[in-house]
Design a protein around this ligand. Structure first.
Ligand code: ATP
Ligand code: MG
Length: 456
């Protein structure tokens, strides 16, 4: 153990290897995993195998990033990332199933069964200017370096901890353990320059503050307000990816509130802005916001309880009120309810897929969820039974419940469906019979045409 530790640490203090420019601390503080209370059994076997494979081939290999951070916080890590001094090609040679991906930032995906471990090579702090865009955003980034340089290039101190599970040690170059204990998010280096290099780091501040319930240190926080517009230079796919992580972080509600308070929501994705700043009358706005807030809280709760939370369900929620408004407008112009809904979806979503950043598959899931909504109103005969059998029934029903909770769909309609969903055959038959007694002809479309909206 000690020999490898010296190998890992010793090489870093040789005079002359320090990089010019933004210099990382070259000697780490070393903790034992035991002292930090890390339960090594919580590391996935794929991560263990990756580390072992690289070490046995003579390379240094550590778990880094969120995996270590979350283990230290006693949270279940989402995944494990590995950092090594082997080049991507060398990593590929060690494993049977390994694929080099990415161009700007090459990494290797090592696959064991269902699990993929992302392996990245220590990145150098470069003295020569890197390739950047006109705003200072780094475009090319494949010069490899020492571990301490790699540490200095990570975003926050708590994300720059390296865990060697074989030796049971944690290397800390930036006092990440101290920050983690005081629940502080601190950018490594000069925060403003780091946001310029990669504006997505501003969204990462928001995500980690929300998800980990950390405070951002004042210097980390201060430049964000002025630099928000830089996000408009970031490729949409990357923004969408990062926003997806925020929405699925289990703290989406707090995250979006923070995003708004930092005035970043205008720059990140149109759909976030559409959701957070709805259009319409005062009442419509209040109702739309209530719906979005409930959807976010509901998603957070599901994640906290380990239940399934689907991104397309949440996107359907975020865009529902803009679609609803367009639907109502189309109906007001004389279109019949169902075609009016279809054209509303076309206008709001289909025509703007790229701008919204939705993948076609997500968009079609979202569309299906919306198109099932008017079907909840038609319950006569065998219609309710047929809807219950639909494969997306449960998601569409959950969506209806959220609508009812925010006061947009009738409460008694949602209650009826709850009774129907939970009831046995006899109870269901009784519910349908009760319907024809009290609302004869409800399923006839002609009556619905007179309404402004099927949900009113
Ligand atoms: P999560 O739990 O969401 O996976 P994470 O911290 O592991 O959180 P990843 O996006 O998986 O986040 O990134 C892994 C690690 O890579 C980070 O912990 C950080 O050290 C580094 N990293 C990721 N993105 C950046 C960035 N934009 N700038 C600097 N370092 C980054
Ligand atoms: Mg990660």
């Amino acid at each position: 153990m000690i020999r490898r530790l010296i190998k890992a640490v010793g090489q870093l203090v040789v005079p002359g290897v320090r990089s010019p420019g933004r210099r990382g601390k070259t000697e780490p503080e070393v903790y034992t995993a035991e002292d930090l209370g890390i339960d090594l059994d919580r590391i996935s076997s794929a991560a263990h195998k990756t580390i072992r494979g690289l070490q046995e081939a003579g390379y240094a290999a550590y778990i880094v990033g969120g995996g270590v951070r979350d283990l230290l916080l006693d949270l279940r890590p989402k995944d494990f990332d590995v950092a090594t001094d082997a080049t991507p090609q060398e990593v590929q040679r060690v494993f049977r199933r390994a694929r080099i991906i990415g161009r700007r930032f090459q990494i290797v995906h090592v696959t064991f069964g269902q699990e993929i471990i992302e392996v990245s090579t220590f990145r150098a702090l470069q003295s020569t200017p890197q390739k950047t865009d006109d705003h200072g955003r780094v475009l090319s980034d494949n010069v490899f370096g020492e571990q301490h340089e790699d540490a200095a290039r990570r975003d926050f101190t708590v994300n720059a901890l390296y865990l060697d599970p074989t030796d049971g040690v944690v290397l800390d170059y930036h006092r990440g353990v101290r920050d983690l204990r005081s629940r502080v998010l601190r950018m490594i280096g000069d925060p403003a320059s780091r946001y310029r290099e990669d504006p997505v780091r501003m969204l990462r501040v928001v995500r980690f503050m929300a998800k980990l319930d950390f405070q951002a240190e004042s210097k980390t926080m201060a430049p964000i307000r002025g630099l928000g517009p830089l996000l408009s230079n970031v490729p949409q796919a990357r923004l969408f990816d990062e926003m997806g992580k925020l929405l699925m972080s289990g703290a989406s509600r707090r995250g979006l509130e923070l995003l708004m308070s930092l005035d970043l929501h205008h720059q990140c994705l149109p759909l976030v802005q559409m959701a957070l700043e709805p259009e319409g009358t005062k009442e419509e706005k209040a109702q739309a916001l209530a719906f979005v807030h409930r959807a976010l809280s509901d998603t957070d709760l599901r994640i906290a309880e380990g239940r399934k939370a689907s991104p397309s369900f949440l996107y359907a929620c975020l865009l529902w009120h803009p679609v609803l408004r367009a639907w109502r407008a189309n109906e007001a112009q004389g279109e019949r309810p169902i075609p009016a809904l279809h054209s509303a979806i076309d206008e709001v979503v289909e025509a703007r897929l790229t701008e919204l950043g939705l993948q076609r598959r997500t968009a079609s899931d979202v569309r299906e969820l919306w198109q099932l909504q008017p079907r909840f109103e038609r319950r006569g005969g065998s219609l309710a039974a047929r809807l219950l059998e639909h494969e997306r029934f449960k998601a569409a029903y959950d969506f209806l419940l959220l609508r009812a909770e925010s006061g947009e769909a009738p409460r008694d309609l949602a209650d009826w469906w709850t009774a129907y969903f939970e009831g046995d055959d006899e109870a269901r038959a009784e519910l349908v019979a009760g319907l024809s007694r009290s609302q004869a002809g409800e399923s006839k479309p002609r009556r619905r045409r007179r309404r402004r909206s099927p949900s009113e």
